[in-house]
Design a protein around this ligand. Sequence first.
Ligand code: SAH
Ligand code: SF4
Ligand code: F3S
Length: 455
Amino acid sequence: MKQSKRYYIETFGCQMNERDSEIMGQLLKEEAYSATDVMEQADLIVVNTCSVREKAEQKAYSLLGRLKKLKEKNTGLIIAVAGCVAQQDGQRMLQRIPHVDLVIGPQKIYDLPSLLQGQKSCKTPEVRTGLSPLFAIPPFLPDVKNGSHFKRFVTIMQGCNNFCTYCVVPYTRGREISRNFDEIVNEVAHLAASGITEVTLLGQNVNSYGQDNAGTELAGLATFPDLLRAVAKVEGIQRLRFTTSHPKDLSETLMRCFAEIDTLCPHLHLPVQSGSNRLLKLMNRHYTKEAYLDKITRLRTIRPDVAITTDLIVGFPGETDEDFQATMALLEEVRYHNAFSFKYSDRPPARAIAFADKVTEEVKNDRLARLKERQEEITVERNREYVGRTLSVMVEGCGRTNGEQWSGRASTNHIVNFAGPSGLLPGQMISVTIAEGGPHSLRGVADVCNKGREQ
Ligand code: SAH
Ligand code: SF4
Ligand code: F3S
């Protein structure tokens, strides 16, 4: 019997890219491809790229460069590049990496099967990177037989309208386009019916879901809180999450959802980027540090157990010691559960590339190290606050040491490693009493097995 063709997908970047890779995998299976974990055995390699920082782009190009050898050995190998670097570089990608066959932008992943058909008849490389503001994200029911059996991502919108001056995303993913409300709810219902119990709603700025319809007959029909409430009603979904939120669009109604929707997990990722009002303005973020802090206070009043995480940039053009100190001070004020911090890098055509007073690499490195060090201390202090508390943990898998060591996640999104009974299954809920809080996780011991709905 003829063996089916095999594909390998390497994914860089955000959860939206992960979801896009799942979709491409599913489309390939419909074309009778099967997945392989061994790149060398693949007939098709898809590199799904991210361009958000210079390092991310370098990683993609470095992998693509290494694929040259595989292509020389196997001339039938098809190499496809998808994601944000593909969108950004388009035709230029073919000049830089001539052994690439297909360059596919984020809106064009659904064309993958037809592009592969094209490669059968004609081996000339093809670039498909159109980005239309009228694009409708197709209804695409996930293949529940593959991938995680208990948690999934659901894309609710694409693109971004915010144009933060450092950010390439509005250029690579285009304008905000919200998915059809009913199709999202249907997708979640489909997942729930197949045993998925945790869903994360995805978008670059989920808070503005539905707002891109302004001026059309759909205007005002649905907001993000409406969507959350509808999805929460789907029977079987025990945990609901969303990412990412823009502070300027975090409304009182959305904050109240954290009190009103019992399945909405008490975790909010709320990227602040800087603690300096001067820089926030230069970044085009549309909020001040004070307005941000007010929202944090309000949210903690509404939902006292909420864990808040953030993203921070150091070394944005013009960042002075004083600006950096303002960011350090913000860490003390908010005391984030965790923070992801990055050195600013120029991302053409984002506007900050033309901003004056670029910060040297040395200063960036120093600031990043200081920020990371302080945040790690705060994270440990925060994690120790859980000692003695009993948390509902969704089992994810076996721990590293042996069968009785398990790993899972609390509703706050903390990784919890724990000793528990044998035979636990991924997706199962179990109560764990926390004994230790470390820099990356909590550690504890399981109480009784709790298969019911989370409290
Ligand atoms: N949509 C999200 C985040 C998208 S990108 C938001 O609005 O916050 C993820 C993170 O990458 C950003 O929060 C920011 O901290 C970082 N980032 C984006 N562009 C960057 C750049 N040019 N240099 C360094 N970090 C950057
Ligand atoms: Fe980039 Fe800003 Fe949009 Fe986030 S909100 S994707 S940081 S432009
Ligand atoms: Fe990266 Fe594009 Fe996501 S730049 S972060 S893959 S939207």
